[in-house]
Ligand binder design. Structure first.
Ligand SMILES: C[S@@+](CC[C@H](N)C(=O)[O-])C[C@H]1O[C@@H](n2cnc3c(N)ncnc32)[C@H](O)[C@@H]1O
Length: 442
């Protein structure tokens, strides 16, 4: 196979791809350094152009595949390549499944876990992703709306997708002309879409607020696409202090966790698929079924695990996002759960629960963002909490935090990977730790 090479210099080499890196790039070795070659597969002999340094080694562009892997398949999506949403659609299913599990076992092996109890991963079905973080840019020919290219600011204008729920895809053609009213030439927006039980909840973040024409166009889309809500907020790094403004609120968006309905705030984090959420919730509730006494749910979001746990336990939920905690608290009050659930807004990196505070709980669940929970894991290691359930979307930071827990006297009993991002190196997992010896017994 020959790929259309981009113009430009850079040394050309021939190399054999040894492994698939965590982001789905083929990895070869050249002059003692790893070379990362997107779209190349292990075992393939390739001609590469070295295009520059990357964080972990050297970037390579595949110019020609000289011998093809038997595990190479035709990618099902026409956007595969320019779209950064999926990175390994060219890999056969069995090999992809093997690789997904290896991402977890390799990360754990790096932290000294030789034979960790890692189950076979669960894989979600195609077109089941209910939450999408999309990008939009106004160009000369209209608005492009889709995912960014891999390591690039270009936006692939997607018209079909094998991962997003069809209800999200059906919205995009209606949204593009309305975004054209909002965005000036070359201006960009972030568009978060969440499929809730009462319809789609859309949050648009842009530098300039919508004027009258844009508001009318966006409200018209809310009507014609039967959205639950469409809100706007100012684009910027981090969470703005100014809450998003509703442009159209037709029905309160609703998600149900453990039988309790929650109205998520605009742009809220929730698990990307309902099936993935069910697998993680099953692990959490099963592992804590025997835990007597109160449970802490740290990095709780809008209560994905808090509310199912509240059926059987008293739960203290903590999250740094005030909007998420307010949504959970509103649900708790509405459903008369005030004796069972408490909620606290707290930064768990700056101000993690201390070992003494953790000691008030029989079990702790924690579900941090990609950077993991280094500070909290250190305090758990020094606590006497009997059972810890870790949820993670990054096997590498999970490996680091698991090592801290095990060094502090916990035993790693089970790891269940769940792949909610098909055809990528993103894998989530639930893990069970039980205290095997006292925290301070050495
Ligand atoms: C992976 S999400 C998990 C949310 C929830 N457990 C769920 O499954 O829907 C991570 C959560 O961590 C919160 N978070 C991120 N950084 C934080 C910090 N420094 N302190 C406290 N919470 C934080 C986010 O607001 C988000 O709700």
């Amino acid at each position: 196979m020959r790929r259309k090479a981009r113009k430009g210099g850079g040394k050309q080499i021939e190399a054999t791809i040894d492994t698939l890196g965590g982001r789905g790039d083929g990895v070869a070795e050249h002059a003692g350094q790893p070379v990362f070659a997107p779209f190349a597969l292990p075992g393939e002999r390739v001609r590469l152009r070295l295009t520059g340094k990357s964080r972990a080694g050297v970037r390579g562009e595949v110019l020609e595949i000289l011998s093809e892997s038997p595990e190479r398949v035709e990618p099902p999506c026409p956007h595969f390549g320019p779209c950064g949403g999926c990175t390994v659609q060219h890999l056969a299913d069995a090999a992809y499944r093997r690789w997904t599990r290896e991402l977890v076992t390799t990360a754990l092996a790096r932290r000294g876990f030789d034979a960790p109890p890692v189950a076979e991963p669960v894989f979600v079905g195609a077109n089941t992703r209910r939450r999408a973080a999309l990008s939009a840019v106004r160009t000369g020919s209209g608005v492009r709306l889709g995912f960014h290219g891999r390591e690039s600011h270009t936006v692939e204008d997607i018209h079909t997708c094998h991962v997003l729920d069809p209800a999200i895809m059906a919205l995009l053609p209606e949204l593009r002309p309305a975004l054209a009213q909002l965005l000036g030439p070359r201006e960009t927006a972030d568009v978060t879409v969440l499929l809730t039980e009462t319809g789609l909840d859309v949050l648009i973040a842009s530098a300039e607020p919508p004027g009258l024409k844009a508001r009318e166009a966006l409200a018209a889309v809310a009507e014609s696409a039967d959205l639950a809500r469409l809100a706007w907020c100012e684009a910027g790094p981090g969470e703005s202090d100014v809450p998003p403004e509703p442009v159209a609120l037709r029905r309160p968006p609703r998600l149900t966790f453990g039988g309790t309905g929650v109205e998520p705030p605009p742009g809220a984090f929730v698990q990307p698929t309902r099936d993935g959420e069910a697998v993680l919730t099953q692990a959490v509730t099963e592992w804590l079924a025997e835990a007597a006494g109160p449970v802490a749910d740290l990095y709780a979001g809008v209560g994905t695990f808090t509310l199912p746990l509240a059926v059987t336990h008293k739960v203290h939920a903590v999250d740094g996002a005030a909007g998420a905690m307010a949504a959970l608290w509103q649900a708790v009050r509405k459903h008369d759960l005030m004796g069972r659930v408490t909620a606290e807004v707290r930064d768990l990196v700056e101000d993690p629960l201390t070992p003494d505070e953790l000691g008030a709980f029989n079990a702790v669940v924690f579900d941090p963002p990609r950077q993991g929970a280094r500070e909290l894991a250190a305090n758990l290691a020094a606590s006497n909490v009997a059972t810890v359930v870790a949820l993670s979307c990054n096997p590498n930071t999970f490996g680091r935090d698991a090592r801290a827990l095990v060094d502090g006297g916990y035993e790693l009993r089970a790891v269940r990977p769940i792949d909610q991002f098909p055809w990528t190196g993103h894998v989530e997992l639930a893990a069970l730790f039980r205290r095997a010896r006292e925290a301070n017994s050495g």
